[in-house]
Write a protein that binds this ligand. Structure first.
Ligand SMILES: [Zn+2]
Ligand SMILES: [Zn+2]
Ligand SMILES: [Zn+2]
Ligand SMILES: [Zn+2]
Length: 370
């Protein structure tokens, strides 16, 4: 395990924070420290104002997301709209053009995959299996320093992580060292990777990136930073509120517009922890009533909220008439609402119906001011 000092030094090198030849110092306003949440985190060393860029991180691994529902496209340019898709005859990766095939990116991917003996004829290998595993395959090209940075991130090594490598092993004979490193990369990616936003309106395969500095930020449901990407997948992390010296710097790993039960379930499923931040502990979520349900009593205008939001089996109570509702009745309503939301087609929304049907959502969102 790296000491804080060693990790800080590697992070500075990774971000390019140094004093250059002219003696100009490029230092940050934060340090890596031990968090009260357990593990490490980032802390402000001086007062930071809202809007300040804290750092610009770049991914040590970048590749297609592993989900089975992700639309697969060119493994170089990520286009999912092409009439000319073909599989490379040497490695079976999906490509859209000869130009994409001739890039260094493909050359490196191709060389890595061609080192392995295929168990089935190469043209019969499903390109989706390769696409799902491409991010961990690219981890095989990390430098020694980058491997150490990856290993310094918090990693969940549950058996269900690494499915994409197990799938790949059906197609290729993979040496144990390669398999171990790819499996570690899967765990690090599942725990820490950020989904890279695609440029608005562009139809592209969805990517994930392992950002070693952003990955050190802990989660809070009221984050004090926000991040955005440029076209080279660099991530700029900005303060969204003033952060006082000594305070921890947080990101959010979940939807900040979701109510507490949805956020906590999502965090548990994806990041394996139950959040206990101030917002999660407050039944009203700072007065927004984001997850509230209308009271079951027809005459009562009140809202139902969990009595103890940190306990997923806590009964709910009306804030007006004090009616108590067991958790199982609440869950029935929530799952019905969930499937209703899931069935909405956001791609073909008729503006007039949005304003009337989702009016309540609109006003709730507008009243959020974290
Ligand atoms: Zn392409
Ligand atoms: Zn190839
Ligand atoms: Zn929380
Ligand atoms: Zn009531």
């Amino acid at each position: 395990m790296l000491s804080l000092e060693q990790l800080s030094q590697m992070v500075k090198v990774h971000l390019g924070l140094y004093s250059d030849a002219d003696g100009v110092q490029h230092f940050s306003k934060w340090i890596i420290g031990e968090s009260s949440l357990g593990g490490r985190g980032l802390f402000a060393t001086q007062d930071i104002s809202s809007g300040e860029v804290l750092f610009v991180d770049h991914p040590i691994i970048r590749g297609p997301r592993s989900g089975t529902t992700v639309s697969r496209g060119c493994t170089v340019c990520c286009s999912i709209e092409s009439d000319t898709f073909f599989k490379c005859s040497k490695c079976s990766l999906l490509l859209c053009s000869e130009e994409c095939q001739e890039t260094t990116t493909h050359d490196e991917d191709c060389t890595t995959i061609c080192r392995w003996q295929n168990k089935i004829p190469i043209d019969e290998i499903d390109d989706a299996i390769l696409s799902r595993a491409l991010a961990p395959i690219r981890a095989l090209r990390l430098s020694e320093d980058q491997k150490i940075l990856m290993a310094a991130l918090q990693v969940h090594s549950l058996p269900r992580h690494g499915a994409e490598v197990r799938e790949l092993k059906e197609c290729f004979d993979i040496p144990e060292d390669d398999e171990d490193l790819m499996t570690l990369a899967c765990c690090a990616l599942d725990t820490n990777a950020f989904q890279i936003a695609t440029p608005y309106g562009k139809k592209e395969m969805s990517l994930r990136g392992l950002y070693p500095v952003s990955g050190l930020m802990n989660h809070n449901c009221v984050p004090n930073t926000r991040h955005s990407y440029n076209k080279d997948s660099q991530m700029a992390v900005k303060a969204v509120k003033p952060i006082r010296a000594g305070c921890e710097i947080f990101t959010s790993y979940t939807g900040t517009l979701w109510g507490t039960p949805a956020r906590r379930t999502h965090l548990y499923k994806t990041k394996h922890f139950f959040c206990e931040c101030d917002r999660c502990a407050d039944p009203t979520e700072r007065g927004t009533l984001l997850a509230a349900l209308k009271c079951f009593s027809a005459e009562c205008p009140g809202s139902l909220l969990p009595i103890n939001p940190l306990n997923a089996s806590s009964p709910w109570r009306c804030i007006e008439c004090d009616l108590r509702v067991p958790i199982k009745n609440i869950c029935t309503i929530q799952s019905a609402l969930g499937s209703l939301m899931g069935s909405l087609d956001f791609e073909n929304v008729d503006q007039s119906s949005v304003s009337s049907d989702l009016g309540a959502w609109g006003s709730r969102r507008a009243s959020l001011a974290w």
